[in-house]
Design a protein around this ligand. Structure first.
Ligand code: SF4
Length: 453
């Protein structure tokens, strides 16, 4: 197996929720297709009279609940996930509303409801496939097939993997990573920074700037969420809870259970923003976008941890996310929720330990404990909406991260019998053995017992 070459900003991405593979990647696909369409000869653009978009796999099965149609239309209209307004998708809620697509002069009328939810089972090489075709009568002017390959990553059928450099300190496992740290007397965040520079070519200043933007969007999601009330979009009619929890925490001056209520409130807040289709950070996915922001918010607002230590903690968290992605998965569709909220909780536990100044071993132990106690967690979103169990599950993941940090930082390191590599291996094996019903299909678990949704 090759060494890890995933970039920090492939793991932590900004974009609208509620599901990175159903909103972020489709939005990018819509944007890319229009860029290509505007490069067609003028005569072709003038005679274009129809756009056909077909969705396959889970994009078809749960795309309605996940807002895939509105994400694609926003992309067709020129919006991109990392620069769009936080609530941009709200403008595209009415499926029958028409929008004018700009073909570089000529325009074409199109509405979200025209997007076809095609076969859930199909023969395309990737489950989440999108086929875009621009026509003039029977003539095909432009056709492109896109794959949403998880975590907001988009691949075009004809696209080569981008060239990237080799990591300065290659590793595939935590054991190998630890060897580099010992041999080179390095700290974990320094190694992750050096690898990012070698693989992507970014400078340290650019990486820090990117991390600051990530923290800003995480904080914004929490701040918006704790101020918002009402019912989330969709047929479930789920009440927002973050503001209520936050107010209780404030009344208790964040003391005793008030502190726990605050962590819950922050995780609920960012998750409810995600469920509302507003912008969040995939950490490592949209579905798990409440866990790490809750811990970042708590570290900054309650513990006074400075920005540079938050950045270092995020880099340590990325090391955990990379290992999970490389050796198991961060996709609910592949391994269930242990790969989403489970990984987010492990990353958040590592972030907490590292930002609080603990040594590497406590950081690894905190991540392992958080991961271990999410093993076997299934993915069964009710009605295909990232709401039940997802939102409260983020609160549970954040509290478990805090508890894992407490256990790891209180007890002697020698008491730890399981290392992170073993926990990740167990997650991968459990994911392989898990029935397909429990992997983001809404065919099992709560999604089945809550049939009224
Ligand atoms: S149950 Fe977990 S993995 Fe599934 S959609 Fe919800 S947060 Fe994501």
């Amino acid at each position: 197996m090759p060494p890890i070459t995933t970039s920090i900003f492939e793991l932590l991405k900004i974009g609208p929720g509620p599901s990175s593979s159903h909103t972020i990647a489709p939005m990018k696909a819509g944007h890319d297709f229009m860029e290509l369409a505007r490069r067609l000869p003028e005569a072709d653009r003038q005679r274009a009279d129809a756009l056909e978009i077909r969705l396959f796999g889970s994009l078809s099965a749960t795309g309605e609940g996940h807002g895939t149609r509105r994400a694609i239309v926003s992309g067709l209209l020129g919006f991109l996930p990392d620069t769009c307004r936080p609530n941009v998708l709200e403008e595209f809620e009415k499926t029958e509303q028409s929008f004018q697509l700009d073909l570089g002069g000529p325009t074409l009328s199109y509405s979200p409801g025209e997007i076809i939810l095609d076969a859930v089972r199909h023969d395309h090489p990737h489950s989440n496939t999108m086929i875009f075709t621009l026509r003039a009568g029977d003539d095909v002017l432009l056709a492109r097939t896109y794959y949403s390959v998880g975590g907001g990553f988009l691949r075009r059928e004809d696209e080569e993997e981008p060239e990237r450099g080799q990591p300065a300190f290659p590793y595939k496992t935590m054991a190998e990573l630890k060897q580099h740290l010992r041999r080179n007397s390095m700290r974990l965040h320094e190694l992750i920074l050096a690898n990012e520079t070698a693989v992507v070519g970014s400078t340290e200043a650019e990486i820090n700037q990117g991390l600051d933007r990530i923290v800003e969007v995480m904080e914004r999601a929490v701040e918006l969420g704790i101020k918002s009330a009402g019912v989330l979009p969709g047929p479930i009619g789920l009440q927002r809870k973050a503001a209520i929890m936050y107010n209780r925490a404030k009344e208790e001056q964040y003391q005793g259970t008030g502190f726990l209520k605050a962590i819950n409130a922050y995780a609920l807040a960012a998750s409810e923003e995600n469920a509302a289709g507003h912008c969040v950070v995939t950490a490592p996915t949209c579905g798990a976008a409440g866990v790490i922001p809750a811990i970042v918010f708590m570290l900054k607002r309650h513990m006074g941890v400075p920005q540079d230590e938050i950045r270092e903690g995020l880099l340590a968290a990325c090391a955990i996310g990379f290992l999970c992605k490389h050796n198991a998965s961060i996709s609910g569709a592949e391994v269930g929720c242990q790969g989403e909220v489970g990984v987010a909780s492990a990353m958040a536990a590592a972030l907490l330990a590292y930002a609080r100044g603990y040594r590497f071993q406590v950081t690894e132990n905190a991540a392992e404990i958080a991961m271990e106690h999410h093993l076997g967690l299934t993915c069964d979103p009710v009605g295909g909406y990232v709401q039940i169990p997802c939102i409260e599950r983020n609160a549970m993941g954040a509290v478990k991260a805090y508890n894992a940090y407490l256990i790891a930082s209180t007890l002697d390191e020698s008491y730890q019998k399981v290392d992170l590599d073993k926990a990740i291996e167990a997650m991968a094996q459990t994911g392989r053995d898990m029935s397909r019903k429990y992997k983001e299909t809404s065919l099992g678990g709560l999604a089945q017992s809550m049939t009224e949704c």
